[in-house]
Design a protein around this ligand. Structure first.
Ligand code: 4AD
Ligand code: MG
Length: 462
């Protein structure tokens, strides 16, 4: 007897005697004299059809097995006379591994809404759509690692507990072991944090960039791929409180190298998905977003455009389009602006570069014009900002000056400034939001549906 996963069984070139499959019943249909069970084991989108003839011991073993049951079946893989599949399993033995009370099991054959399925996030991996989404997620992660590996980037691990606010946006989750930590206890004590685990303020990281820069100053090219936390109280389809970010950081890269790296990465992952996730992508193209395949093909093979922030503002101003927010130089682009640029003006991915310094983080390299920094955002159709990055300010004096302008205490940045004090070199990097990438690859419109267990404001079930 040979164990086979459904994906192997369906792809087998020849009939196979005496195999065993295990999985979950998607549906059961009883025809005259025969029961058909559609078995799925997560190895692919398709199910394996299992046949049990009425009156046989297998039929009896199947008993009341219905949607949601876990079972194993042993038998022969034979050519299927039916439509839609090449192989089916003629069962000789069936064992129920786990029953599922039909009066309680919430997943039935009909299509369920995304909202309903979010409420049963522990069961939704058993649906076609979420199974497909999480398989694509896994493939995309693999493609990212292989992309960086072939380009000489080392995978590094930066801390999740940090004392620094990389982005300076104040969107951090505080971590403490103190029993109650509030403003009252704070004012009653000299130094309320003295008794805390670290003896100082600790937060969940909003970005591994600052530490990645230190690693890039020794290893040359590095990238992180890890969980990231932001206490942004914005309930949008594109923001999660816990998400995964990929952050490459490369010594000797300038902004142009950085933009090219970002474009190549998106191109590589899109190609990989087209090659390795065909069945799952077809599902998304048919049921979720019917422009998906065209868009993916253009991400894989088409051109990526670039435009300066100043020119982008002009394009938006001259577009004749009524936006909710008017685009003016000096203000951040809104999602509506980003989507207009990527979807309607450039009709594809576009990188906006050289943003005004006021709207960007302290570490970005000052341009000679005195008002912009060497920042870049890669905007994608349907998503808006997919990637944000920059060339870093490598000049000690300039960096200290910028921190002072922003009213920061340069003592807090002692080690980061050391990187500019000792062997400083031009370097660049960016952050790619992994969930936004999965949204782009699947056409799924809400970030809550590409994370197995999403964390958003007022939502911490599971
Ligand atoms: O643009 P951001 O804030 O850049 C940084 O954090 C830099 N330190 C990255 C770097 O240069 N190393 O975030 C980068 C990307 C965004 O473009 C977006 O795709 C994603 O992270 N992102 C989020 N994704 C989901 N939920 C959120 N709340 C996100 N915030 C940012
Ligand atoms: Mg950004």
């Amino acid at each position: 007897m040979k164990d086979m996963r459904v994906v192997e069984a369906l792809a087998t070139p020849n009939a196979a005697a005496d195999i065993r499959v295990r999985g979950w019943v998607r549906t059961r249909r009883d025809a005259k004299d025969i029961a058909f069970v559609e078995l799925n084991d997560g190895s692919c989108l398709a199910n394996l059809q299992i046949l049990a003839e009425e009156g046989s011991p297998v039929f009896a073993a199947l008993a009341g097995a219905q949607t949601g049951y876990a079972l194993e079946a042993v038998g022969d893989l034979v050519e299927s006379p039916g439509q839609g599949q090449r192989w089916e399993l003629k069962a000789r033995e069936i064992h129920i591994l786990g029953a599922a009370d039909q009066s309680l099991y919430p997943l039935q054959k009909k299509r369920h809404s995304d909202e309903f399925l979010r409420g049963i996030a522990h069961l939704r991996p058993r649906t076609n759509k979420y199974g497909a989404a999480f398989r694509v997620r896994s493939e995309a992660a693999f493609a990212i690692h292989s992309f960086f590996r072939t380009r000489g980037f080392y995978y590094v691990h930066t801390p999740i507990l940090t004392g620094a606010d990389c982005e300076g946006a104040g969107e951090m989750f505080r971590v403490t072991t103190l029993p109650i930590w509030n403003e009252t206890t704070r004012s009653n004590e000299e130094d309320p944090l003295a008794g805390d685990f670290f003896g100082r303020e600790c937060n969940l990281t909003v970005s591994g960039q600052l530490e990645a820069e230190a690693l890039a100053m020794g290893l040359g090219r590095v990238y992180t791929f890890g969980p990231t936390f932001r206490a942004e109280n914005s309930n949008t389809p594109r923001h999660a409180a816990e998400f995964w970010m990929i952050e490459p950081e490369a010594s000797f890269f300038d902004l142009t190298d950085n933009m090219a790296l970002a474009e190549d990465l998106v191109r590589h992952v899109s190609r990989h998905a087209l090659e390795h996730c065909a069945a799952d992508l077809d599902l998304f193209n048919r049921f979720v977003d019917n422009g998906l395949m065209d868009r993916l093909r253009s991400l894989a093979e088409g051109t990526y455009q670039r435009v300066s922030y100043g020119d982008a503002i002009e394009i938006l101003a001259k577009s004749g389009r009524k936006f909710e927010f008017t685009a003016v130089f000096g203000q951040d682009l809104q999602t509506e602006h980003e989507r207009f640029l990527a979807e309607e003006y450039f009709c594809g991915p576009v990188t906006v570069f050289n943003y005004p310094k006021e709207i960007k983080a302290f570490y970005m390299r000052a341009n000679d014009d005195g008002r912009t920094v060497a920042a870049m955002d890669l905007l994608a159709p349907k998503i808006g900002e997919l990637i944000g990055g920059s060339q870093r300010e490598e000049r000690l004096g300039r960096l200290e000056q910028r921190l002072a302008e922003l009213g920061r205490d340069i003592k807090d940045y002692w080690w980061y400034l050391d990187l500019r004090r000792f062997g400083s070199v031009p370097h660049s990097g960016f952050g790619l939001g992994f969930e936004r990438l999965i949204m782009l690859l699947t056409g799924i419109g809400n970030i809550r549906d590409v994370l197995p267990f999403p964390r958003t404001p007022k939502n911490l079930e599971f």
